[in-house]
Design a protein around this ligand. Structure first.
Ligand SMILES: Cc1ncc(COP(=O)(O)O)c(C=O)c1O
Length: 427
């Protein structure tokens, strides 16, 4: 047998083809047949439009400044830390110290990796709710952590009627059972990707109290914190005891429509933040300077431009505009309470029995086949959500697909027109 001279480390040697490459492969095949750019891509959660002018202007200006083109301090540019501290202070109801309680990272993703790197030893356990943002898992495993999964359960009638994303529930007994002597951290995500659930204060309080009881650090991923359509509670505001254990994660990419800028941050008590900063320094030293500066200006000016209100209103408008098609087709969906993803239940869609799927799709749950079929036959890319579950729980969402609505209105309208082609497959 020939040995691979470049045998990869286990942490990067995934056995399965990941969801993004399968979806992109199908989309590329569609584009080859129908012309470049013809697929409507509602798969990945990137914006189909630019940040507002005042944010773009800030980036252009930053590039002209000498110090903005050089290394930033490892914990982040003082101007951005100050802007973030000022933005979070009213939410947290206490004055946040920009020097000790905020650290800037290369996107929320690297911020979370830094948090896991900071606190996990080999074999330490981290509780993650299913479905999960897929990056959590490798970020936990890289420092030797072990993810322990607790599923969120869909509403029992989710396959027959449109329900609220808030009806996905966490079984507190299941959560309590998952806690062991090795549990160090718990990852929360609200508003949630992919469900669109905004956890209620009562749900968060129950989770937070358990974490206090067992001394578990809460990593609260709140990257969609400006996009909520029901009251939104931040984990760090529940009680002083919970605040002491909570690291809140934010993302400039999600806040200001610039996911490619890779500017994120963690906010939390100094005894936690200092170790996150230490890990971040070793992972990437510091983060992109001019775009940190531009994000600082974006925060400083957002209110005056009415940006936060406008962005929420605009996204909710896109959500409602797109979801009208499901009402028209009689297909149930989980109406999001926040964020820009919607899960749609496609149990009523009957795929042709003789349809040929490639082996790597045929071997996956039904949502992968739905996703493949939607791309190849309708020209719309959406994400199969079983990818965000462990194998044992994947059946929970095998009839659902996730659509990202952070796209131009014309794109949403084109998607709706193409989705009318589903009628003949609906039973
Ligand atoms: C729940 C969640 N957390 C974190 C991220 C990553 O954010 P960033 O682009 O700032 O790394 C995403 C991106 O899709 C996400 O959906």
């Amino acid at each position: 047998m020939i040995q691979d001279p470049f045998k990869p480390a286990k942490r990067v040697a995934g056995q399965r083809q990941d969801v993004w490459s399968i979806v992109n492969e199908a989309a590329a095949a569609y584009n080859q047949e129908h012309g470049a750019g013809s697929v409507v891509n509602m798969g990945q959660g990137f914006f189909g439009y630019n940040p507002p002018e005042f944010v773009l202007d800030a980036a252009r200006d930053a590039l002209g400044k000498v110090d903005c083109n050089q290394y930033s301090p490892t914990k982040g540019r003082p101007r951005l830390k100050k802007a973030i501290a000022e933005a979070y202070t009213p939410f947290f109801g206490r004055t946040i110290n920009p020097d000790t309680e905020v650290t800037i990272t290369t996107g929320a993703n690297e911020g979370m990796l830094s948090a896991f790197m900071a606190f996990l030893e080999q074999g330490d356990e981290v509780i993650v709710f299913e479905p999960f943002f897929d990056q959590y898992i490798s970020n936990i495993e890289m420092p030797g952590g072990v993810p322990v999964y607790v599923p969120l359960h869909p509403p029992p009638n989710g396959a027959t009627q449109t329900t609220s994303a808030g009806e996905w529930t966490l079984d507190m007994a299941e959560l309590e059972k998952a806690i062991t002597d090795k549990t160090r951290m718990l990852v929360l995500n609200t508003p949630h990707n992919p469900i669109g659930k905004v956890f209620t204060r009562a749900e968060l309080q129950a989770i937070g109290d358990l974490c206090v009881k067992h001394n578990i650090i809460i990593l609260s991923d709140e990257v969609y914190d400006r996009l909520y359509y029901v009251p939104f509670t931040r984990a760090a505001t529940l009680s002083p005891e919970i605040a002491k254990l909570t690291l809140t994660v934010g993302s400039g990419g999600k806040n200001f429509y610039c996911t490619g800028w890779r500017v994120g941050w963690l906010v939390g008590p100094e005894p936690l933040i200092k170790y996150v900063s230490a890990a971040h320094t070793r992972i990437c030293y510091s983060s992109v300077s001019p775009l940190q500066e531009a994000t600082a200006v974006a925060f400083e000016q957002a209110e005056a431009h009415g940006f936060w209100e406008e962005s929420k209103k605009e996204m909710k408008g896109k959500m409602d505009r797109f979801n009208a098609i499901w009402d028209e087709l009689g297909l149930p969906y989980s109406d999001p309470q926040g964020g820009y993803f919607v899960l749609v239940n496609l149990a009523k869609v009957k795929l042709p029995e003789d349809y040929e799927f490639p082996a790597h799709v045929a071997s996956r749950p039904r949502d992968f086949k739905l996703s493949w079929f939607f791309i190849k036959e309708l020209g719309i890319a959406a994400i199969p959500p079983t990818e965000f579950f462990t194998e044992g729980n994947a059946h929970i969402v095998e009839d659902w697909l996730r659509f990202a609505v952070c796209k131009e209105d014309e794109v949403l309208d084109k998607a709706k027109e193409r989705l009318r082609g589903l009628k003949k497959y609906i039973q």
